[in-house]
Design a protein. Structure first.
Length: 272
C-alpha cells in the first residue's frame, strides 16, 4: 500500500472508530444511583486506533475525542464558580482525562496483542480516573463534593463508576483480541484453522466468547450500582449484601457452561 493510500486508510478508519466511540459514549448501560454512568466499551475504539497507528496518532485522535466529549458535557460548566474552575473542568474532566486513551499502543511491541491492549486499557482507565479525582477534590469541592475530606470522597465517588468502566473496557479489549487481528495493514479476523468443509471454527469460537462477554458484562452491570451509596455517592461495599447472589451465580454458571460447550464443539469440529 502506498504512503498516500495508507494515510487515507488510516484517516478513514480512525474517523469511523472515533464516530463509534462518540455514539457508545452516550449509550449508557448503567446510570449510578447518586451520579456517574457506565458505558458499553466507549473507550475501546480509541485504544484500537492508538494500538494500530501508534501513540502519536492515538494521542491526536484521543484529543479530538476529548473535544467531542467536552461539547457533549457543556452543561457541567454552568456549575463553575470562576474562570479557573472552567479551565480545571475542561482539563481534568475532559481534555486530559480522555487524552490518556492515546496510550493504547504503548505496549504493542512489548506484549502479545491481548495483553498489550488489556494493559493499555487499565493504564488509560486509571489515568482517566485520577483526572476525575483531581477535578472532584478541587473544582467540585463544596459543590457536589463535601469540602471536608474532598480527596477521600473524590477517590471513593469516582471509583464507583470508573472501576466498572475499566473492568468492562478490559473485557472488551480481551474479547476483540481473541477474535480480530489488529497488527496488519487492516483489521482482519484472527487466524484459525479451518475444517475440511471450509467452515472456520472461528464462528463457533466467536459465539462462545460473545456469550462469555455478555455474561461477565451482565454481572458487572448488575453489581455496579450496589457499590455506590445512593445517599452520598461514596463507595459502598455493604450494598453488595442486598444483591441476589443466587441469581448472579446461576446466570454466571449458565453463561460459562454455554461458553465451555461451544469451545469444546469448536475444537472437535476443527480436528475433524
Amino acid at each position: 500500500m502506498s504512503d498516500r493510500k495508507s494515510s487515507v486508510y488510516r484517516l478513514t478508519e480512525s474517523a469511523i472508530l472515533l464516530a463509534v466511540a462518540a455514539v457508545l459514549s452516550v449509550l449508557k448501560i448503567v446510570d449510578m444511583p447518586y451520579g456517574g454512568s457506565i458505558t458499553a466499551f466507549s473507550m475501546l475504539p480509541l485504544l484500537i486506533i492508538a494500538y494500530r497507528h501508534g501513540t502519536r496518532w492515538g494521542l491526536f485522535t484521543a484529543f479530538t475525542y476529548s473535544l467531542i466529549q467536552l461539547l457533549l458535557g457543556l452543561d457541567n460548566f454552568s456549575y463553575a464558580t470562576s474562570f479557573l474552575a472552567v479551565v480545571m473542568i475542561a482539563l481534568f474532566d475532559y481534555l486530559l482525562a480522555f487524552f490518556a486513551l492515546g496510550l493504547g499502543g504503548a505496549f504493542r511491541k512489548k506484549l502479545p496483542q491481548g495483553a498489550a491492549l488489556g494493559l493499555a486499557a487499565i493504564v488509560s482507565g486509571v489515568l482517566r480516573y485520577l483526572c476525575h479525582v483531581i477535578s472532584g477534590c478541587t473544582v467540585w469541592a463544596g459543590l457536589s463534593v463535601p469540602t471536608k475530606e474532598a480527596v477521600v470522597y473524590s477517590l471513593s465517588y469516582n471509583a464507583t463508576y470508573m472501576i466498572p468502566e475499566i473492568v468492562i473496557l478490559v473485557l472488551g479489549s480481551v474479547y476483540v483480541s481473541r477474535l480480530l487481528s489488529l497488527d496488519g495493514a487492516g483489521i482482519s479476523r484472527a487466524t484459525v484453522r479451518r475444517t475440511d468443509e471450509g467452515k472456520p471454527s472461528w464462528v463457533l469460537s466467536s459465539v462462545a466468547y460473545t456469550l462469555l462477554l455478555i455474561t461477565t458484562v451482565g454481572d458487572v452491570v448488575y453489581i455496579a450500582p450496589a457499590l455506590q451509596n445512593a445517599s452520598s455517592g461514596e463507595l459502598f461495599f455493604t450494598g453488595l449484601a442486598t444483591l441476589n447472589w443466587l441469581g448472579v451465580a446461576i446466570f454466571t454458571a449458565v453463561g460459562v457452561a454455554l461458553f465451555a460447550i461451544l469451545r469444546v464443539i469448536a475444537t472437535r469440529v476443527t480436528k475433524k
